[in-house]
Write a protein that binds this ligand. Structure first.
Ligand code: ADP
Ligand code: MG
Length: 401
């Protein structure tokens, strides 16, 4: 997954997707929309604790070519799921039913959930063709990109201009689609990143208030590279472990008498009051991680991007030892990167599989990359994929321009 898209490639691939739509549906699309994947610089497992996160949008994402239909039917195909086209009526197909979709058609729950929720705002049926250059399930949020590209497409097609302009509201709608229709109890970060990020910035998002601000993040200007390493490991039980961590946090917050772990002010006192060592570890991670987000944003605002490395590594150790969501391939990538002279690195996403980010001086990045590849090869692990991540723009219309 080497960095491909630039402005020229983005326009070319939108034209190619429009042509593929015409071929598939025997009519031209009305437009092409795009929403990016994201990485989260820091702030992991803080979103559902009402805390802080600091993601930025990737240059990779999901594109949707779309045209209205004159009935209330959603017809979806994806170039990444060529044998799993789905045509469903938007009326009378509820979330409980959609959550039970199994097998190859399951992916359609994401666009279907969005289209169903937009029905109340005045959207109708549509034909959609999806294409993506984001790996799926790699922790880069292809699901939110799929939801948000679909949401923007339907808003534009049906003239829902007020909703399209209220991007925080659109993010909440896309999150609800994922929660209720895909059955994934995700927080608001991924959809907010896909809809609110701007090029050259990370997005400081307060998951309690929903308020966000843009924090400048100039990596190339500081001679730095942020590598995304897709470890290509995907362990089972991820959904169950995620729910278990959420339950731990809720239990700890209830025992401490706070609404969410975000509200713990005196960490030492809180740890002394918790008898369960597991809940102590979870609490320590969440509270310190929130402080690391604030510290990292402070470093960015001060133009001290190179110093973010230490924060990233501290976050990784906390996720590994206290939150216990790391996985062997991620630990190996981080340790190897540090030995090869990277400034820091950490696992990203929910855990138990997916990607790692590594911050390194730009001229050292090739050596770090090589060292990680060699370490994986030596242990007979699949060759990891790398992406040079640059803070990019949020969801937008690509065609017509
Ligand atoms: P992540 O969001 O980290 O990539 P998720 O498990 O949340 O991982 O979402 C991945 C799911 O999103 C896929 O299993 C698939 O159902 C859906 N998806 C994402 N991109 C596409 C695509 N291009 N075509 C079809 N389905 C997709
Ligand atoms: Mg996802």
């Amino acid at each position: 997954m080497d960095l491909r898209p630039g402005p020229v490639n983005a326009a070319e691939s939108a034209v190619a997707l429009a042509a593929a739509f015409t071929e598939a549906y025997r009519r031209a699309p009305e437009g092409v929309w795009h929403a990016p994947g994201r990485i989260n610089v820091i702030g992991e497992h803080t979103d559902y604790n009402d805390g802080l996160v600091l993601p930025f949008a990737l240059p990779l994402g999901v594109s949707v070519a779309a045209a209205r239909r004159d009935d209330a039917v959603l017809e979806v195909r994806s170039l990444q799921a060529a044998d799993a086209a789905v045509t469903v009526s938007l009326d009378g197909t509820g979330p409980d039913q959609v959550r039970r979709w199994a097998g190859r058609e399951r992916w359609a729950a994401y666009p279907f959930g969005v289209a169903s929720l937009l029905r109340a705002h005045g959207a109708g049926g549509a034909s959609l063709l999806i294409d993506s250059d984001l790996p799926q399930g790699a922790g880069l949020s292809s699901s939110a990109a799929l939801e948000c590209a679909t949401a923007l497409a339907l808003c534009d097609l049906y003239g829902l201009d007020d909703l399209a302009a209220d991007r925080p509201a659109l993010a909440r709608l896309a999150q609800r689609a994922e929660n209720d229709y895909a059955g994934m109890p995700c927080g608001i970060m991924d959809q907010s990143a896909a809809l609110l990020c701007t090029a050259g910035h990370a997005l400081m998002l307060d998951c309690r208030s929903g308020l966000s601000s843009q924090v400048p993040l100039d990596l190339p200007g500081k001679g730095l590279a942020l590598l995304v390493v897709n470890t290509r490991a995907r362990h089972e039980l991820t959904g169950g472990e995620y729910a278990a961590r959420r339950a731990d946090c809720e239990r700890a917050a209830a025992l401490l008498g706070v609404e969410a772990l975000r509200d713990v002010k005196d960490l030492g006192g809180a740890l002394a009051r918790l008898d369960d060592p597991v809940l102590r570890r979870r609490t320590q991670h969440v509270v310190t991680e929130n402080h690391r987000v604030e510290a990292a944003a402070g470093l960015m605002r001060a133009g001290a991007e190179a110093e973010l490395g230490g924060m990233l590594t501290a976050s990784h150790l906390s996720l590994r030892d206290l939150y216990e969501v790391s996985w062997p391939e991620a630990d190996l990538a981080v340790e190897t990167a540090l030995k090869a002279g990277a400034r820091g690195g950490r696992m990203i996403g929910g855990g138990f599989g997916g990607s790692v980010i590594v911050l390194a001086a730009a001229d050292r990045a090739p050596r770090v990359r090589e060292a990680i590849t060699t370490a994986y090869t030596d242990r007979n692990l699949p060759t990891p994929e790398f992406l040079n991540a640059v803070p990019s723009a949020a969801a937008h219309r690509r065609l017509p321009r």
